[in-house]
Ligand binder design. Structure first.
Ligand SMILES: [Fe+2]
Length: 427
């Protein structure tokens, strides 16, 4: 990146960092079980709630405990279970109509990122009945209090239960955009391990690695605060001590609970301190090839950390100490190497490859442009990179999909994710 652009990015990021203390960030209050929701509703005299989820979550019976509990406590529940993967404007509008028709007073987003994002967007439209979602794209466009919002994440990975943002797609224009404003941060996050137990191991692994990447990118960036530093370090500790356990035994309640907490903490950290180039590149792959977000991050992160070089060695050492795999007697360089290697090992132990299938080299320039546009100047990354430098990451993870068997040549594709797994995480 040239000097002028570097200076522009750093000044932009510095202004945002200086503003952090005066911005109304808050961490959602944690509830340990879906059964704690009724107490909060009682206190606020709320008797009608709107549950936003998707068909597969309901099909697997994951919402049943909550629905039964609310009914037993005299709270009327209207269920909207039509949320689609990448929720659309039409999706949100249909939910909003139902919310108003039933006279609901609070929102519960129950599921992966899509359900919670949809609930946030419904809240935005309730707060802003005369402003379309398209008009709310960008930052600080909601600017009004939304109905009380509970987020119940079922994937322990996206962190959307803590963030200011929701991502919505206009299916007519094919435009996918982010609406980002402080009222969209849920008031309560329900971290109930019971609702994550049905996650299959492959998804547990990829969303768990997404948590790790949130924590790492928030920590190594230049916009950390005392609070986000602690959150990121604790998240890294929790991931290193629980992800493999949750992967090996999905019914390990303690490991599931700790991964939910890690996801929450990492979400709080990156909401304030941002992510970095790993996410920008992963998003571009998701947009172009529908590559699973967590998987893309898991594969990319070792390459991205290596590319940052010595600038982040000390910070990686601190992360390595938090993870319990480094100590302060090690040189910064050695500790950074050990930490990066441990990520590669963790990926390998959970069946995550070092490459991503299905990429087309002809797209790399365009993808690098998308990634650069997303990250620069907003993300306070430790080392700035332009499109040309970012393009290298696509080559790093590229693998030739053409295979020759005998005298026949064809396209090799990775084993597709099972339909059931796709449904559970909305990919
Ligand atoms: Fe992520």
């Amino acid at each position: 990146m040239n000097l002028f652009n570097k200076a522009f990015c750093r000044i932009f990021q510095y202004c945002f960092k200086v503003a952090i203390p005066i911005l109304p960030y808050y961490n959602p209050t944690i509830l340990d079980s879906v059964e704690d929701i009724s107490k909060v509703l009682d206190e606020k005299n709320i008797t009608k709630v709107f549950l936003v989820t998707d068909k597969s979550i309901r099909k697997f019976g994951i919402t049943k405990k909550l629905e039964t509990h609310l009914a037993d406590n005299g709270i009327a529940v209207t269920v909207f279970d039509d949320v689609v993967s990448n929720p659309t404007v039409d999706n949100v509008e249909a939910a909003r109509k139902l919310y108003l028709a039933k006279g609901c007073q609070a929102l519960i987003g129950f599921g992966g990122g899509s359900a919670i994002d949809c609930a946030k967007a419904v809240g935005a439209r309730i707060a802003r009945p005369k402003k379309s979602l398209d008009k709310m794209a960008g930052i600080l466009q909601v600017f009004r209090r939304i109905p009380l919002l509970f987020a119940i994440p079922t994937t322990a990975g996206t962190g959307t239960e803590t963030t200011v943002a929701t991502v919505i797609t206009n299916s007519k224009t094919k435009h996918k955009y982010m609406i980002s404003d402080f009222p969209l941060i849920p008031k309560y996050a329900v971290l109930d391990p019971e609702v994550t137990k049905t996650l299959p191991p492959s998804i547990t692994a990829s969303v768990g690695m997404d948590v790790l990447v949130h924590a790492i990118e928030a920590y190594i960036g230049n916009s950390t605060t005392k609070k986000t530093v602690h959150e990121a370090l604790e998240a890294v500790y929790l991931v290193y001590n629980n992800l493999k356990k949750a992967y090996d035994d999905g019914n390990d309640t303690e490991a599931r609970r700790n991964m939910l907490r890690a996801s929450y903490l990492a979400g709080c950290a990156f909401t304030v301190s941002y992510v970095g180039y790993c996410h920008a590149v992963a998003h571009s792959l998701g947009g172009m090839y529908n590559t699973h977000h967590g998987l893309a991050n898991a594969v990319l992160i070792p390459y991205v950390l290596e590319a940052y070089g010595s600038k982040i060695h000390f910070k990686l050492k601190q992360l390595g100490v938090a993870a319990g795999i480094c100590n302060y007697r090690m040189s910064d360089e050695e500790a950074a190497r050990v930490f990066i290697q441990s990520i590669k090992d963790m990926n390998k132990s959970m069946g995550i490859s070092t490459k991503i299938h299905g990429l087309n080299k002809a797209d790399f320039k365009q993808l690098a442009q998308y990634a650069s546009k997303e990250a620069n100047p907003v993300y306070p990354v430790p080392v700035l990179m332009d499109e040309g430098e970012l393009e290298q990451f696509y080559h790093n993870v590229y693998i030739e999909d053409r295979v020759t068997v005998g005298n026949m040549t064809g396209i090799s594709r990775p084993t597709p994710v099972k339909q059931e797994e796709k449904e559970l995480v909305g990919v």
